[in-house]
Design a protein around this ligand. Structure first.
Ligand SMILES: N[C@@H](CCC(=O)N[C@@H](CS)C(=O)NCC(=O)O)C(=O)O
Length: 211
């Protein structure tokens, strides 16, 4: 049985969305970040980082939302096209987009806004860092926008895990009132229409993010 720990955030949504794309059964442990649950001894034993999402598949405990998305596609959907097969140029491109999205559109841009604006009570106010993070997001996201102006998805005609990651970041930006281009807004809208997204979002956002 597959188990996912976490809920209420863009990162946890990624794990549920991919599970639904693959039509897999799973158990959801809907706990929010920075909660009593993530602070508990039992959860820290599972994930010493103290963060969500976490995927448990038998003996495998996996953190990092992009790694979870890729693992699920590799393991449970090798013919689904959701994650290109290893050792191919398509997979290299997929890896490139996934790393880019995680680093350039998430970790040191949107997450900086979250930490130093929305969660300033916990992490400290840093208006200059927030402004730089928004500026960095806008500058980097143009690369995805230019690609999507030419083709429906990042790798071409096929929706992949990289699109799933990008869509969550674009939706996150919109939520933060960071204006995005019509191309990106249209892309986010199209991906939100996928039944797997709808099912995953309903579950994921059935709890509130808390702090
Ligand atoms: N790079 C990780 C980031 C995980 C992460 O920071 N999760 C947040 C919720 S979206 C969290 O649990 N934060 C709690 C904390 O920073 O203590 C991923 O993509 O899974």
């Amino acid at each position: 049985m597959l188990t996912v720990w976490g809920g209420a955030t863009s990162r946890t949504l990624r794990a549920y969305w991919m599970l639904h794309e693959l039509g897999l059964d799973y158990e959801a442990k809907l706990i929010g970040p920075r909660t009593e649950e993530t602070a508990s001894k039992a959860f820290r034993a599972l994930n010493p980082k103290g963060k969500v999402p976490v995927l448990v598949d038998g003996d495998l405990v996996l953190t990092e939302s992009a790694a979870i998305v890729t693992y699920l596609g590799d393991t449970y959907g090798p013919d689904s096209g959701l994650v290109p097969r290893p050792y191919t140029p398509e997979r290299a491109r997929y890896n490139e987009w996934s790393s880019f999205i995680q680093m350039e559109l998430d970790a040191h841009t949107l997450y900086v806004v979250r930490k130093h604006r929305d969660l300033a009570a916990l992490y400290g106010e840093a208006p200059a860092a927030v402004a730089t993070a928004i500026e960095g997001f806008n500058r980097q996201v143009v690369v995805a926008e230019q690609t999507l102006a030419k083709q429906p998805f990042l790798l071409g005609e096929q929706f992949t895990g990289a699109d799933l990651l990008l869509s969550t970041c674009v939706q996150w930006a919109v939520l933060y009132d960071i204006p995005v281009s019509d191309t990106l807004a249209g892309f986010a809208e199209r991906t939100r229409e996928r039944p797997a997204f709808r099912q995953a979002a309903k579950l994921n956002f059935s709890i509130s993010p808390g702090a």
